[in-house]
Design a protein around this ligand. Sequence first.
Ligand code: THG
Length: 267
Amino acid sequence: MIVIGERINSTRKPITAALEARDAEHILDEARRQLDAGAGYLDVNTAMMRAAEPETMAWVIELIQGEFPEALIAIDSANTAAVEAGFKAHKGRPLLNSINAEKERMGSLIPLIREFRPRVIGLTIDDRGISQDADIRYQLGADLIDLLAKNEIELDDIFIDPLIFPVSAELQAGNVSLDIIKRLKENYPGVHSVCGLSNISFGLPERWLINQIYMVLAMGQGLDAAIIDPLDRRMMANIITTTTLLGEDKACKGYLKTYRRGDLNLD
Ligand code: THG
């Protein structure tokens, strides 16, 4: 499972405050803790900085990679200027979060993708919004894969996000996203699937319980990347245990290593 750490996101108030104050220590502490917990990417969203979103994105990336040269960033932005600023600041290959099937956005991002060759998350949404129909969302994912492949992006560098609706608002929301993950795995085994999980539990109590069980169900269908809080020890323990049970942890090495670190002791 590729864990994308979600904590450096300007929708979180302490992060907005740290970005506004250019509080390097706070951002580096968030980066360090997520990397230590096993994050393969750090998602960075600076959208709440509005006009300063691009320069703030570049500042965060340079700050983190200055301290942790191996760290990779998922550039989480709907703003083309911020994406470009992020690409220019980043050493190594970032993960673009995200492109989608909206015509206008696609037009400006494809040239940047061709120039900077990031790994790419594609969302299953287009100008009509999010469909509740699994066939439509699956097809948007398949079309994005074809488009990225045509632009010489390797299958291993493509991540499709089936998107998740709250199960409290739409009874079949959980099943629809599971179905998309399964069909993508069957038809494009070299492509990754990814999601941010927390939407599934919106509007219900004890959200952690819903998020964690949904993670296990999604991994059962082939989900291999997730945007989560890596400091959530129970979620991380569930992920390693599920990986082991799915036969992807040779000699249970990952499970035993996690046990020896004390990270399976959740009391
Ligand atoms: N798919 C893709 N990208 C995404 C999402 C997705 N990026 C944004 C989001 N969804 C994932 N990132 C976050 C970041 C922070 C929080 C949740 C998701 C978060 N949530 C608090 C909580 O759940 O308790 C509430 C917010 C707060 O702290 O104020 O922190 O789906 N491709």
